[in-house]
Ligand binder design. Structure first.
Ligand code: COA
Length: 282
């Protein structure tokens, strides 16, 4: 397997999944590492994440991707520590002085779509601020697991902006029109508990349990057929892309096509024989 792209602003840790099937699967944990800027997404981070997406997509050993933010560093003597952060947004310093013509190419080929377009399961592991482009990074993942002290928000309105990394669309689909509108127009932050209640967060766990809970979920996904997992993701996505009647047909096509796969034959046989399925990924 090719090695993961290296970058000081994106640490990539590839952890062998304990019970992956087929064996050799990896859970790839991506830590956005700019803690002194609350892990804000600058051009360097965006480029590193895009390279990581290309790498992960093309490596069959990578079964699940976890995206998280680096913890705060020890502050210098006499200084207050920086707050915990997943990602506090796009790097606002890179917005200054830019015109629409200059910003357009950056948003036409944006990092959030790279993450969204991954065919493998993605989990955002959130402990702290997930604001603006950071909330959009969490929304670009399939699942969000967060701590009660996390804060989600789309404060772009306070900068004379709106979300530009898919936030208006993904929030509306995930939370519904009214809640999305309130977040986007008020710019107010939502704490972890409220985010969980609203359905923005799948699971709420205390900070000392965050990694364990996230890894448990990743291990679960890694134990399934990687082919079937990809198809499952595509089928659920079809609900976002299509009107209902077309989505139902898309699901039916995907379901029926699975009857020609090795893994479907393996899964059904294993169930009937009360065995554990040993997937091939085909
Ligand atoms: N872009 C660039 N730098 C950012 C940033 C962002 N989105 N968010 C935080 N930072 C930087 C701060 O400028 C500061 O840098 P400095 O120490 O070199 O001055 C550092 O991260 C720490 O942030 P600070 O504001 O001092 O922390 P705080 O605890 O007082 O406040 C927040 C935390 C999250 C409330 C505040 O940083 C904030 O509002 N950030 C911007 C959020 C935002 O609007 N995001 C949407 C952007 S599209």
């Amino acid at each position: 397997m090719s090695t993961a792209p290296e970058s000081p602003v994106l640490q990539i840790e590839n952890i062998p999944a304990e019970d992956s099937s087929p064996a050799g699967g990896l859970i790839s944990v991506w830590t956005i590492n700019r803690p002194n800027k609350l892990n804000a997404l600058n051009a360097e981070v965006n480029s590193a994440i895009k390279s990581a997406c290309d790498w992960a997509e093309n490596n069959s050993d990578v079964r699940v991707i976890i995206v998280t933010g680096a913890s705060p560093e020890e502050p210098p003597e006499g200084k207050r520590p920086k707050p915990n952060s997943f990602v506090a947004g796009a790097d606002i310093a890179e917005f200054e002085g830019k015109s629409s013509v200059e910003i357009r190419p950056i948003f036409d080929d944006n990092v959030w779509e790279y993450v969204w377009n991954l065919s493998k399961p993605t989990i955002a592991m959130v402990d702290g601020f997930a604001l603006g482009g950071g909330s959009e990074m969490a929304l670009s993942c399939d699942i969000r697991i967060a701590t009660p002290r996390s804060k989600f928000g789309t404060p772009e309105i306070n900068l004379g902006l709106i979300p530009g990394g898919g936030g208006t669309q993904r929030l509306c689909r995930l939370l519904g029109y009214g809640r999305a509108m309130e977040m986007v127009m008020s710019g107010e932050m939502v704490n972890g508990e409220d985010a969980h209640r609203m359905g923005l967060v799948n699971h709420l766990v205390e900070p000392d349990q965050l990694r364990t809970k996230t890894m448990e979920m990743a291990e679960n996904f890694a134990s399934k057929s990687p082919h079937t997992i990809r198809v499952a993701k595509a089928a659920v996505r079809a609900a976002l892309e299509n009107p209902f009647s077309k989505g139902i047909l898309a699901e039916r096509d995907l379901f029926c096509a699975l009857f020609d796969t090795e893994d479907m034959a393996i899964g059904v046989k294993a169930f009937l024989n009360r065995d554990k399925a040993e997937w091939t990924g085909a």
